[in-house]
Design a binder for this molecule. Structure first.
Ligand code: ADP
Ligand code: MG
Ligand code: MG
Length: 252
């Protein structure tokens, strides 16, 4: 599904990722934890193709393609979902119109017929209900005036509707309340299957109480320094990062 090999990347003049390796197979859920400033968000922005994040070496293979060579829109069309890829407000374009176009662009890529307005509406209503957003969010401008928690629910609704192959979530928002955390977790859990993979980047062990990862990786100083199963996250919660020889920071 995803193979990251010896990835080196910088932001501006500063090298942040320094030889990162990660392999995700279909159906697996991987979590990345690590001290503040380790490069977790840099990794997710880089995979999303954000401007200013430059690859210095290494490769990222997404299914049969070189991800780093793919246009940003193509990444989504080929089944990569990044939870924060549509954070912008688009006043005047309804959430519903926006999502219908996005879903149908992906269906076209897969060689599937576009959904009719009625078919899409039915799916959208179900997804809305699942993330506990009132139905009128479908009619509102994309992210227009949404609160942090509503944006998060909307993001998970997008994930459900887009039926991606690989979902990358960077849960770095310290403002997330427990309800929003549970929406994220139940959205992920409901979409888990033998073909779909997840990369959950989190600053909080707490999220992993609800999403049971198959693998946990610790990212420090720009590379994965330790990998294990879910028990690694519990060890970090109990002991911090000291046992890895990493200095503790204010944020886990
Ligand atoms: P994490 O998400 O693990 O907390 P980040 O990926 O956000 O870490 O940041 C990794 C490092 O990159 C930090 O030292 C941060 O200061 C630095 N960094 C992030 N963005 C920029 C930028 N635009 N210019 C220079 N340095 C940056
Ligand atoms: Mg941070
Ligand atoms: Mg971060």
């Amino acid at each position: 599904m995803l193979t990251i090999d010896n990835l080196h990347a910088r932001v501006g003049q500063q090298s942040i990722l320094k030889g990162l390796n990660l392999q995700i197979k279909p159906g697996e859920v991987h979590a990345i934890m690590g001290p503040n400033g380790a490069g977790k968000s840099t990794l997710s922005y880089l995979l999303s193709g954000r401007d200013g994040y430059e690859v210095e070496g290494g490769s990222v293979q997404f299914m049969d393609d070189d991800l780093l060579e793919m246009e940003v829109e193509d990444r989504a069309r080929h089944g990569l979902f990044l939870a924060f890829q549509y954070p912008v407000e688009i006043p005047g374009v309804s959430n519903m119109e926006f999502m219908k176009e996005s879903v149908n662009a992906i269906r076209e890529q897969r060689g599937e017929e576009p959904l009719s307005a009625a078919e899409f509406l039915k799916k959208a209503k179900e997804a809305c209900k699942q993330v506990q957003l009132p139905l009128d969010f479908l009619k509102r401008g994309v992210n227009e005036g949404f609160s942090g928690g509503e944006k998060k629910r909307n993001e998970i609704m997008q994930m459900i509707l887009l039926e991606p192959k690989l979902c990358i979530l960077d849960e770095s928002d310290s403002g997330l309340d427990i309800d929003a955390l549970q929406v994220v977790a139940s959205g992920v859990n409901s979409q888990r299957n033998s073909e779909r993979s997840f990369l959950v980047i989190t600053h909080y062990q707490r999220l992993l109480d609800y999403i049971k990862p198959d693998f946990v990786h610790i990212l420090a100083n720009g590379k994965i320094v330790k990998s294990g199963d879910a028990s690694l996250a519990l060890k970090v919660e109990k002991e911090g990062y000291a046992f890895l020889g990493i200095e503790a920071t204010e944020e886990a």
